[in-house]
Write a protein that binds this ligand. Structure first.
Ligand code: PLI
Length: 459
């Protein structure tokens, strides 16, 4: 295998993209309130906002959609999905949901009470939002290496086991309705969790009778990192590794928009029958009947096929190497990135790149705006805009440890020359970085403000 394996597919259908001129980009960003979520997609050249639901489906997935069974109950599509989930995840029960956050919402609705805590390595923003929306307290207990951008630790998504033990002792297991871990750790750089750490986390939760739920969005990428980096797994297939991961847990929330290679969908899988029954009732109220959960039958077929394709080794090698290629080129250009690169995205340390902009003036947001203006590239801020929040006890603002900007790579969508273009844009932004200034928020909602907040550039 070469260092940069060529794309293991050829292009059968194209979607034109083009770069509007600089003045138009400036106007578009101004009209979007300096929030790139407000841009129209035709105002963007290379869209690295997210890898969620933005990938290209395969010919098998499109063909599978034609077989979609749209029966309200008991559709064949549901049973095909059930077979794939059983093969990979092995939980006793599952319900489809329209995407990952719907699975989180339903889990929190039935299992979480006000004032309770949910530990994880790091919760993603939707998980955090769903826990807070029910009056719960999401708690991040990732290892300290996760916050050291240049530390080469191979599993920076690992949970700090000592912190987890101490936390459970301090809070008491009765106040923890379930414990989580996110694989890979998206909020902390798309970093993997080792099998050894997963085993220990499971054992700690279970010792205290706390159900263990895995946020499984990028489980296939995590499984492949384990194969590449953890002793004893080099000869195992990603499927075998995935099965071992999920055998440790009591359930999983899944956004199929990531490692199931589809544009929409998700599920919540569980072993506890009583919990599943309550989940089913909530699902019927909010999402749809238990055999379709807010999706069309054809969507279920696409997920069933995508789940298996997402575990293909050739695909996973290309996927991780493509991300590593972008990371390597940015690093060579002197851009401070999180190392080693994660699975689905490259994370830039905007706090380090723009040290003249303090956290309350949002250096990550400033970098995202500069990338768009310079070259029509859309990234996303995962720093203080996304994660700073008032402490529920003191009301004081709590800032995240890092001001990150994420360039997420849609699956099977962009070629290496697109990535080379992104690197060129970055080089130009870095050359003029002293001229970049911070932002002030002029509007924000109470929860998950980064999606709709409006900004004003500071002088
Ligand atoms: O976007 P959803 O509702 O299908 O999935 C929510 C979700 C849950 N957990 C994790 C780790 C995620 O990364 C996640 C969604 N991520 C998005 C949208 C992203 O841009 O990374």
């Amino acid at each position: 295998m070469t260092n940069h394996p060529p794309e293991p597919f050829r292009i059968k259908m194209v979607e034109p993209i083009s770069l509007i001129d600089r003045e138009e980009r400036e106007q578009a960003l101004r009209e979007a309130g300096y929030n790139v979520f407000g841009l129209k997609s035709n105002q963007i050249f290379i869209d690295l906002l997210t890898d969620s639901g933005t990938g290209a489906m395969s010919q098998e997935q499109w063909a599978g959609m034609m077989k979609g069974d749209e029966s309200y109950a008991g559709a064949r599509s549901y049973h095909r999905l059930a077979a794939a989930i059983d093969e990979i995840f092995g939980f006793d029960y599952f319900v489809p949901t329209h995407q990952g956050r719907a699975a989180e919402n339903i889990l929190c609705a039935v299992a979480l009470q006000k004032g309770q805590y949910v530990p994880s390595n790091m919760h993603f923003d939707t998980t955090e939002g769903n826990i807070r929306a029910r009056g719960g307290r999401p708690t991040n207990l990732v290892i300290q290496e996760a916050f050291k951008g240049a530390d080469p630790h191979p599993f920076k998504g690992n949970m700090d086991l000592e912190k987890l033990q101490d936390f459970i002792k301090e809070i008491g297991p009765k106040q923890i309705p379930f414990g989580m871990i996110t694989i890979t750790n998206n909020a902390g750089g798309g970093q993997p969790v080792s099998m050894e750490n997963l085993r220990q986390v499971a054992s700690i939760y279970h010792e205290h009778e706390i159900p263990f739920i895995i946020d499984a969005c990028r489980f296939a990428e995590n499984a492949f990192f384990i194969k590449l980096r953890e002793e004893g797994y080099e000869d195992k297939s990603p499927l075998e590794i995935a099965r071992e991961i999920f055998s440790l847990a009591d359930g999983a929330t899944m956004s199929a928009k990531k490692d199931a290679l589809v544009n929409i969908g998700g599920f919540l899988a569980l072993n506890d029958k009583k919990l599943y029954q309550r989940v089913s009732n909530e699902l019927i109220l909010r999402e749809g009947f238990i055999t379709y959960g807010g999706l069309a039958g054809r969507d279920l077929d696409a997920i069933a096929i995508g789940l298996r394709e997402g575990l293909n080794e050739e695909y996973l090698m290309y996927r991780l190497k493509q991300t590593a290629y972008l990371a390597g080129e940015l690093k060579s250009a002197g851009i401070p990135i999180l190392e080693p690169p994660g699975g689905h995205a490259v994370y830039i340390d905007a706090g380090k790149l723009l040290p003249h902009i303090p956290q309350p003036k949002f250096p990550g947001q400033a970098l995202v705006a500069a990338l768009y203006i310079e070259g029509g590239v859309r990234g996303v801020e995962l720093g203080s805009v996304a994660f700073a929040h008032p402490d529920p006890d003191t009301g004081e603002m709590v800032y995240p440890e890092m001001e990150l900007v994420r360039l997420a790579i849609p699956r099977r969508s962009y070629t290496q020359s697109h990535l080379d273009y992104v690197v060129d844009v970055f080089k130009k932004v870095a050359q003029g970085k002293k001229e970049i200034s911070g932002f002030k928020i002029t509007y924000q909602p109470e929860l998950m403000r980064h999606f709709t907040a409006q900004f004003k550039p500071l002088p």
